[in-house]
Design a protein around this ligand. Structure first.
Ligand code: DGL
Length: 258
């Protein structure tokens, strides 16, 4: 038993899509969400820079917030930093984002799978390995979601501009016959209403890995005896490296998503 919070970290608002799944699956757990905000987007930064930012964030969650487990709810930070974070914070279980290429490759009937992610995630080792491992005999099309993170960060995810952006990225996948589209960035589920409109009638399944990440958190809590006690009253805190206005936006967006 351990009533300390679970930390959830992202470059900005995106990790709230994972926060929501954790909150749904584990309603008795306290959560501290840290959305960097000041350095977002991470997606085209060099790996070394992302490692420094991720270290600062996870250090804050572990040392200042006393988190018992940390979720790196950012594919880009996972790809760049998960190994160094696990080595440095060895006493705390750290869960990263898995590119959901495996379930998509198992489910495809057209043998064409599309993956949307940031540039940095797509050229990282983690993604290359997963695609090579599960994508044998399957065409895995990778497309960076150009402008997607910026749209979400500025509350423009439901605008006609968002639809134009999503269409530009997704149409080439549809033309090749993709029947699975993997969301490889935690910001992208905020674009789901637009995405669904764009793929309507094409028989496409959109694969979001966040429910699987929440299940992994549950499994690690059980394996390590870290579940909150029966009497625990959960709290939900929001932190940022940006300003108070951004912190309040995180909070509002999280509550809106419930
Ligand atoms: N939400 C992030 C991800 O899952 C990062 C987006 C960004 O900052 O570029 O990759």
């Amino acid at each position: 038993m351990n009533d300390s919070p679970i930390g959830v970290y992202d470059s900005g608002l995106g990790g709230l899509t994972v926060w929501l799944e954790i909150r749904r699956l584990l309603p008795a757990e306290s959560l501290v969400y840290l959305g960097d905000g000041k350095n977002c987007p991470y997606g085209s930064r060099p790996g070394e820079e992302i490692r420094v930012l991720a270290d600062e964030a996870v250090g804050r969650l572990v040392h200042d917030e006393g988190c018992k487990l940390v979720v790196v709810a950012c594919n880009t930070a996972t790809a760049a930093a998960i190994d160094s974070l696990r080595a440095k914070y060895a006493g705390v279980p750290i869960v990263g984002m898995e590119p959901a290429v495996k379930p998509a490759c198992l489910a495809t009937r057209s043998r064409v799978v599309g993956v949307l992610a940031t540039e940095r995630s797509l050229d990282g080792e983690l993604f290359r390995h997963t695609a090579a491992r599960y994508g044998e005999g399957i065409e895995v099309l990778t497309v960076p979601g150009r402008g997607f993170v910026e749209l979400v960060e500025s509350d423009r995810e439901s605008t006609p501009e968002a639809e134009t952006c999503v269409r530009a990225a997704v149409e080439p996948m549809l033309e090749r016959g993709a029947d699975q589209i993997v969301l490889g960035c935690t910001h992208y589920p905020f674009l789901l209403p637009v995405l669904k409109r764009v793929v309507a009638g094409h028989g496409v399944t959109i694969v979001d890995p966040s429910p699987a990440v929440a299940r992994r958190v549950e499994q690690l809590l059980d394996e390590n005896g870290l579940r909150a006690s029966r009497m625990h009253r959960p709290t939900f805190e929001f932190r940022t490296f940006a300003d108070e206005a951004y912190r309040r936006r995180l909070e509002r967006k999280a509550l809106e998503s419930l």
